[in-house]
Ligand binder design. Structure first.
Ligand code: GUN
Ligand code: ZN
Length: 427
């Protein structure tokens, strides 16, 4: 494939907008060159034209080019039950989620939903998802095959549950270990795919299952591990009754080898001081799922406080507990929750969380999430005037951040003008 010279307004971060003035954390560039699926160069249009005379030129005009969005926690099998009414976490799981996840025993259904999910998320500008699958190994195969067919970087794992779930959604400690290991060996590191060992959460795993999955992680320490942590007060109380010897919720994971820097802990809202300190100490990632936290009624994640404690934080939809496939909508929800908690997150911080922040949470910050030479060319081109309401607001903007903010707050898939995966336009 010939090199591509892409011109437009290219937004590239030089550093985290949580260190120093957020508005100065990124700069606009005129052009970038894509070669072999990677960003080869970034800079002034005339310089890159001269340096790459054979490159095919694609001009995006006034559109804003950013790194593709990275959704650090989603459940692709919950695609069809998104926006289900009226339940809080445990009732929501038993009423809507478990019956739907049981359908994934049928590989044809898993395949159909995996393709539908990735079509939807790509249309919303998401170029990497970290997804839970179901307990069925075929649900993992379906997701990885669908992601691979699109050339996507993706992370996923078999959800493991050996108690407190319906009969047809339970594995065992041994089968969870064996199936996870087989899937991990088949998929981890294949093309752009990575495996995440996935105990659903402490209430649906026996100590024996947590122990087996901790042992598996110790055998494959370069894999990620994903689970849920302290999402709702009722759940925290349930965990305390199920694990009477544990110091707290986090300890149910820690005691079984499931706490580490490559651990992704979804929600992490209702934490005790020891848990917060320990998560920061080991460098674990907390995944903020703001639309889910309001939709299921879980509570307010204090992002500013966690960042101040030096916690790694990623941003996620938590589809289908979350109420949107859109990372723009997710940034807006993070802003709204920040406001309720007393911190107005800057647009530079919101976009960074959805790109570089999530990439760093996944330990993929050297490959995706920012636009710089050597990075994989997963890109999103945003129309900052995608609806009349947004256009009239953006018209008054004095700088790029005030031009972007109306799209963050009011934008949807109409704002996603084009998506590039590994240097190829896919929408
Ligand atoms: N906790 C355990 N499983 C789930 C899930 O599927 N969604 C959410 N939001 N929380 C969970
Ligand atoms: Zn979740």
């Amino acid at each position: 494939m010939p090199d591509t010279l892409l011109t437009g307004r290219i937004l590239a971060y030089d550093r985290s907008p949580f260190d120093g003035d957020p508005a100065e954390a990124a700069r606009l560039h005129e052009a970038l060159v894509i070669a072999d699926g990677h960003v080869a160069a970034l800079g002034p249009r005339a310089d890159l034209r001269a340096a790459y005379p054979g490159a095919v030129h694609r001009d995006m005009g006034e559109r804003l080019i950013t790194a593709g969005f990275i959704d650090a926690h989603a459940h692709y099998p919950q695609t069809a039950i998104i926006a289900s009414w009226g339940k809080r976490l445990i009732d929501w799981l038993t009423t809507y989620t478990f019956p739907e996840e049981a359908r994934f025993a049928d590989p044809t259904y898993a395949d159909e939903v995996a393709h539908r999910y990735l079509d939807l998320t790509l249309a919303h500008g998401t170029t990497t998802t970290v997804s839970y699958c179901t307990i069925h190994p075929g649900s993992v195969t379906a997701f990885f095959e669908a992601a691979r067919a699109r050339g996507l970087r993706a992370v996923a794992g078999k959800t493991c549950m050996d108690r407190n779930a319906p009969d047809d959604l339970r594995d065992t400690a041994q089968s969870a270990y064996d199936d996870s290991k087989r899937l991990l060996q088949a998929w981890h590191g294949v093309d752009r795919l990575g495996y995440a060992i996935t105990p659903r959460f402490a209430p649906t795993s026996t100590p024996e299952q947590l122990e087996a999955l901790g042992a598996l992680w110790a055998e494959y320490p370069d894999c990620l591990m994903q689970t849920h942590l302290a999402e709702q007060p009722d759940e925290v109380a349930w965990v305390a009754s199920l694990f009477p010897a544990a110091r707290d919720y986090l300890d149910t994971y820690e005691a079984h080898g499931l706490l580490g820097a490559r651990g992704l802990y979804g929600h992490a809202i209702h934490l005790a001081p020891r848990e917060r300190a320990r998560l920061a100490e080991v460098g674990a990632a907390l995944i903020h799922c703001p639309t889910s936290n309001t939709f299921i009624g879980s509570g307010l994640f204090d992002l500013a406080a966690r960042v101040a404690e030096d916690c790694r934080v990623g941003l996620a939809t938590d589809t289908g507990g979350g109420s949107s496939f859109s990372m723009l909508r997710t940034m807006a929800a993070a802003y709204e929750i920040g406001q309720i908690s007393g911190t107005a997150l800057h647009p530079a911080q919101l976009l960074w969380l959805a790109t570089a922040g999530s990439a760093q949470a996944l330990h993929l910050g050297d490959r995706i999430g920012t636009i710089a030479p050597g990075m994989e060319a997963d890109l999103v081109t945003l129309d900052l005037a995608s609806t009349p309401a947004i256009a009239q607001r953006a018209d008054r903007a004095g700088d790029i951040w005030s031009a972007l903010f109306p799209t963050i707050m009011m934008g949807d898939d109409r704002a996603i003008a084009q998506v590039w995966v590994a240097g190829r336009p896919v929408t």
